[in-house]
Ligand binder design. Structure first.
Ligand code: ADP
Ligand code: MG
Length: 400
């Protein structure tokens, strides 16, 4: 994340470090499924490989680290407050729903929950806010806020039940009149979604019915449908509009801190910004209303997509948001994947986890609870570790 460029490494020393570090990963469980092994996803404990990692830590100035950590509890509270304003969520996403079936299905569940005036007494959030350091302005800017299925969390042990296979829940689950969720005869206290944030997670109606069933139950959902919607890119863009943060936060100091980390964000109703983007597409990122990697549109593709969508007319543009492209300074890095070390210029993205637990009016937990540093070669537009773009990194805090 910093300007500091480590000196080129001696290849023998690098090779030794790779071997030692890969062994360390295996010993400490820093492993992921190996795509090259067909039995990896089906036979437990088989087909594991060290998680891709960076040989040397990314440098980050302590003041940015502190800034990102301080933001975590504020974002936790903001998510909770926005989630309580059902009409805001429905209105802000109303155009998106017309052109995006997935968002529309989520909003439908949300509307049903609003209609029964369901109160969530216990609200649990495990979020991750991602940032990059913009080199031009030397400011820490938010990439996105993940409120569902944030990967590589630091708090995995909090969860009791993992709703990975919603079809099973639909077949074996029921909600008792008092709201208790039973699955396979067992009471479920907490539903943690490690999936459910992409259309692929709902191959049939069974998964949608299961999602609704869980939402209607009194089990604690992490996230609830409202928390999930607050984490959409469209809401990120709505919150960046003038005076919107003021609706949800009272403290001017907190509002300033949050606003300071917002990059430029626009909806595509604005003719002027479309014109600028078509002229200089390299300064922007076009994001569809999707989570989970590989969806963003850059450069010439961005220009072409905008021109095409404009020609098509209608509301197609409403399915996207436009974001200022952030340019972190690239540093020399050694990225290790599958035991092989690749040297190259790389940029980093810092994720800060936040945990929030509320019982009625009482905030029980509201804290920063871990971090995730990901580093990728600077020529890659995307950033996921599991998706094969980035590697896990460690942090070296510097005084500057
Ligand atoms: P998702 O993780 O849901 O696919 P993100 O908004 O996190 O969506 O975008 C994916 C990746 O694209 C990020 O991890 C980051 O590497 C890159 N990216 C996203 N927004 C920007 C931006 N404004 N400037 C530069 N890179 C970006
Ligand atoms: Mg992301």
């Amino acid at each position: 994340m910093s300007a500091a460029v480590p000196p080129a490494m001696d290849p023998t020393a690098a090779g030794e470090m790779v071997r030692e570090d890969a062994a360390w990963c295996a010993l400490h469980g820093l492993v992921v499924g190996d795509r090259a092994d067909p039995r990896s996803a089906t036979v437990p404990g088989v087909g594991l490989v060290h998680a891709p990692f960076s040989l040397l830590p990314a440098h980050l100035s302590e003041s940015f680290w502190r800034q990102a950590c301080e933001l975590a509890p504020i974002f936790n509270e903001l998510v909770d407050r926005v989630s309580m304003d059902g009409n805001f969520l429905q209105d802000a996403l109303s155009k998106t729903r017309q052109v995006d079936d997935f968002t529309s299905r989520l909003l439908e569940i949300h509307r049903k929950i609003m209609e029964i005036n369901k109160e969530e007494n216990i609200r649990l959030g495990l979020h991750r806010s991602d940032y990059m350091l913009d080199s031009e302005t030397s400011s820490l800017l938010q990439i996105e806020l993940n409120t569902i299925s944030a990967s590589f969390p630091g708090l995995g042990s909090l969860v009791i039940f993992t709703a990975r296979r919603e079809k099973y829940v639909e077949a074996e689950g029921q909600v008792l009149p008092d709201g208790t969720l039973l699955v396979g005869g067992q009471k479920v206290a907490v539903v943690y979604y490690r999936a459910g944030n992409t259309p692929n997670d709902y191959p049939s109606e069974a998964e949608w019915s299961a999602r609704l069933m869980m939402e209607q139950s009194s089990a604690v959902k992490c996230p609830s449908i409202s928390y999930h919607l607050v984490g959409t890119k469209k809401i990120q863009q709505e919150l960046a509009k003038p005076s919107v943060l003021e609706r949800f936060l009272e403290s001017k100091e907190e509002i300033d801190k949050v606003r300071k980390c917002f990059a430029g964000l626009w909806s595509l109703e604005d003719e002027e910004i479309i014109k600028t983007t078509v002229e200089k597409p390299e300064l922007f990122v076009l994001k569809p209303q999707r989570e989970g990697r590989g969806n963003n549109i850059y450069g010439l593709d961005l220009r072409e997509t905008l021109v095409r969508l404009q020609k098509e007319g209608g509301d197609a543009l409403a399915a996207y948001i436009l974001m200022q492209r952030i340019f972190p300074k690239a540093s020399l890095a050694y990225l290790v994947r599958g035991g092989v070390c690749h040297e190259g210029l790389a940029i980093s993205e810092l994720g800060i986890y936040g945990a929030y637990l509320r019982y009625k009016d009482k905030v029980v937990i509201n804290e920063q609870c871990g971090y995730l540093m990901r580093t990728k070669v600077s020529s890659s537009d995307e950033g996921g570790v599991a998706a094969g773009f980035a590697v896990l990194d460690s942090l070296y805090l510097t005084g500057k």
